[in-house]
Write a protein that binds this ligand. Structure first.
Ligand code: ADP
Ligand code: MG
Length: 232
């Protein structure tokens, strides 16, 4: 069974004046241990699709299944807290919380006590390459590359099997982008996360296990690639 499955997913933004069909019927399966790239021109529906997978809204039509259960028939808040972690282009760290506190936040929401959460947060920050003495600093005191590492550590603290990343390297220079890409790949291939990344970087997209190309709200192009058959 796929970890996350899209079944003819459609989504329209509606207001009193207009309806925008952003996603027009996409089916796809995502598995553990693989890294996926979602690519396509601006406006092709990438962020909308990611938001639906993140449980921020339900599809207008069709279904998204997590471990075989439709997001429209589950406790969607619990799904958001426990099943999917999201990483954004602009990091979305809480500026008034320290790096450790940023990472602790979702853990405490999930019921972990503060002391355990602090230890785990430090562990995760070290895992993604921050230094011990940075843990009690504030986001304003670190670089963009480091901020994205903190965002990844925070995502890992949720213990969610799916990591969704919307252009995670979009605000980073090439050296930092490379490092973030390597961390995400490693999380998929060594820690068995399902990593789904929207990217504009063709070279990074080619490095993933499978590519989902969107055009005008639909999946297009070549069939799936898998790591087994790709040249590395
Ligand atoms: P991408 O991330 O690929 O650039 P989006 O998912 O952001 O694409 O957008 C897909 C389509 O939905 C576009 O036509 C966009 O203008 C439209 N759209 C996105 N967000 C909204 C919104 N909140 N209200 C109305 N239309 C929207
Ligand atoms: Mg987008």
């Amino acid at each position: 069974m796929a970890l996350l499955e899209l079944r003819d997913v459609k989504y329209s933004y509606k207001n009193e004046y207009q309806t925008v069909e952003a996603v027009k019927g996409i089916s796809y399966s995502f598995e553990k241990g693989k890294m996926y790239a979602v690519v396509g021109k601006s406006g092709s529906g990438k962020t909308t699709l990611l938001s639906l997978m993140a449980g921020l809204d339900l599809p207008t039509e069709g279904e998204i299944l997590f471990e075989g259960v439709s997001t429209s028939s589950m406790d969607i808040e619990k799904y958001r807290r426990q099943s999917v972690a999201v990483i954004y282009q602009n990091f979305m760290l809480f500026p008034l919380l320290t790096l450790a506190e940023n990472v602790m936040f979702p853990m405490e929401q999930n019921g972990t006590d503060a002391k355990t959460a602090y230890q785990k947060a430090k562990e995760l920050l070290l895992k993604v390459g921050l230094k011990e003495d940075q843990c009690d600093r504030y986001p304003a005191m670190i670089s963009g590359g480091e901020k994205q590492r903190v965002a990844i550590a925070r995502a890992l603290g949720m213990n969610a099997p799916v990591i969704l990343a919307d252009e995670p390297t979009g605000n980073l220079d090439s050296a930092n982008s490379r490092k973030i890409m390597d961390i995400l790949k490693d999380l998929a291939h060594n820690d068995h996360y399902c990593v789904i990344m929207v990217t504009h970087d063709d070279a990074f997209a080619e490095e993933t296990d499978e590519l989902l190309r969107l055009s005008d709200g639909l999946a297009v192009g070549s069939p799936k690639r898998t790591r087994m058959f790709s040249v590395e």
